[in-house]
Write a protein that binds this ligand. Structure first.
Ligand code: CA
Length: 232
């Protein structure tokens, strides 16, 4: 099965949803659409998209409040958001960007513009996530350039995929990733893999980590996360 990048649209205007939906699917994205902020939060409990297209004018909870709630939740705060706004809502755009939204598109917009913005934001997010660092978390050191993991100065011999999973999870401690997201993030090539493969690799990874195994936490029904450690 080919994994497609998931996008969540939050918009109550059917015409716009159809337009965005159609264009995103044509570009190969997998699309979920909901018509309120409340439904968006529910959808995020089930599944984490790679990006959210969020209209600001929504029935019930408005887009800004929805954005605020998404950005304050550790599990969802790193999902990029592109706001859809009306010309008259320009002051809201500033608020939205301050809340952590990545970009905005003013209505009426051409699908081409929105697609270009979505791609740009996804690209920036991916670049941000590529780490070339040597990270130290407690007694664990993840040396990405050398593809090496050390625990209490002892090297742990991991397979490439085990290393990729550990490195991927450790980029955002505390954030839960679904198996799909781990596959997308940790398998650089060939995504023709079943969900269960992630479990197998995580099991292998934990075994090798030994005492450091609890850095990789299972979140039942959702996926895995790297343990968040309070430093300072
Ligand atoms: Ca609307």
């Amino acid at each position: 099965m080919i994994r497609r990048t998931k996008i969540l649209i939050v918009e109550d205007e059917k015409d716009i949803v159809e337009l965005v939906h159609y264009n995103l699917e044509k570009e190969g994205y997998s699309v979920t659409a909901v018509s309120s902020g409340e439904d968006a939060l529910k959808a995020l409990e089930r599944d984490l998209p790679a990006l959210i297209v969020l209209d600001l004018m929504l029935p019930g909870m408005d887009g800004l409040e929805t954005c605020r709630l998404i950005k304050q939740e550790p599990k969802t705060k790193n999902i990029p958001i592109i706001m859809l706004t009306a010309k008259s809502e320009e002051s809201d755009v500033i608020v939205g960007l301050k809340l952590g939204a990545d970009d905005y598109v003013t209505k009426p917009f051409s699908p081409k513009i929105l697609m270009a913005r979505i791609k740009a934001v996804l690209r920036r997010t991916a670049e941000k996530q590529v780490s070339h660092d040597v990270k130290t978390i407690g007694a664990l050191t993840i040396d990405t350039p050398k593809h090496k993991v050390m625990y209490k100065d002892k090297e742990i011999d991991l397979t490439r995929i085990e290393f990729n999973i550990l490195e991927f999870l450790s980029r955002q401690p505390g954030r839960v990733f679904s198996r799909d997201q781990i596959m997308d993030g940790a398998w650089k090539e060939g995504k023709f893999i079943v969900d269960r493969a992630v479990d197998v690799h995580v099991r292998g990874l934990r075994k090798k980590l030994g005492k450091a195994a609890d850095f990789v936490e299972t979140v039942r029904g959702v996926g895995y996360r790297f343990k968040e450690i309070e430093d300072n």
